[in-house]
Design a protein around this ligand. Structure first.
Ligand code: PGA
Length: 257
């Protein structure tokens, strides 16, 4: 059984003081039963990571620490970059790789994403590798080709046993931060396609193990239906993860009407 993973991607929001307040609030409002059934990660900006790590560990808060990006090299002359070794040292468990904002705004290529996925794995962390199409690509009927290209390139050269431990996030770009969500049928169709492709390339055990998240305007009122789909094993949540109540409501999706 795949344990669902709900991840809060804070993007470039919350300084380290706000971050401490938010994780402390989360520890009160997230139901302990939910974190037994569902794994939850938070992905603050780099400058908050050490503060959040300290609070999570000191107060034994059952949230996994995540990062939003990293470089693929361990160290060196890469001004402004953060290495996977540095993240591992902070007990970061999940690293988002290839988010569409990284790809579209900062020019990350499929090859960069593949290098980052390998680097995250090398330091015993789990990549959450993102993929998804633009509105123009969807309207042109190019969704499948785009997503499959990103998935195949991002996972290239990995062992099947490693793929089984990974997380892939399907995030249609037109649904991110827009309030528009893919229909559950469309979200399930693309997530199912991703799993079948992984089965074709890496075999049934990898496809069975890999967790596939949906992302793009996930809210408390659509989380349960999305999470009920056979190939959706979690959610990557942006805007609704910035407040404790709205994120806790998504984490508690199983009890929603
Ligand atoms: P959103 O962002 O929930 O605000 O649409 C999702 C994401 O970009 O991960």
């Amino acid at each position: 059984m795949r344990k669902p993973l709900i991840s809060g991607n804070w993007k470039m929001n919350h300084n380290h003081f706000d971050a401490i307040t938010l994780v402390q609030k989360l520890s009160y409002v997230i139901d302990r039963h939910d974190v037994e059934a569902v794994e939850v990660s938070v992905h603050p900006p780099f400058t908050d990571l050490r503060s959040v790590q300290t609070v999570l560990e000191a107060d034994k808060i059952p949230l996994a620490l995540g990062a939003q990006n990293c470089h693929w090299e361990e160290k060196g002359a890469f001004t402004g970059e953060v290495s996977p070794a540095m993240l591992a040292k902070l007990n970061v468990r999940y690293v988002i790789v290839g988010h569409s904002e990284r790809r579209e705004l900062f020019g990350e290529t499929d090859e960069d994403v593949n290098r980052k996925v390998k680097a995250v794995l090398k330091f015993a962390m789990t990549p959450i590798m993102c993929c998804g199409e633009t509105l123009a690509e969807r309207e042109a009927g190019a969704t499948e080709a785009k997503v499959l290209r990103q998935v195949n390139a991002g996972l290239a050269g990995l062992d099947a046993a490693v793929v089984a431990t990974m997380v892939v996030a399907y995030e249609p770009i037109w649904a991110i931060g827009t309030g528009r969500t893919a229909s559950v049928e469309d979200a399930q169709a693309v997530c199912g396609l991703i799993r079948r492709t992984i089965a074709d390339t890496f075999g049934p055990a990898a496809a069975d193990g890999v967790r596939i998240q949906y992302g793009g305007s996930v809210k408390a009122d659509n989380a349960k239906e999305l999470m009920g789909q056979p190939d959706i094993d979690g959610a990557l949540v942006g805007g609704a993860s910035l407040e404790a109540e709205s994120f806790a409501a998504i984490v508690g999706y199983r009890l929603m009407d």
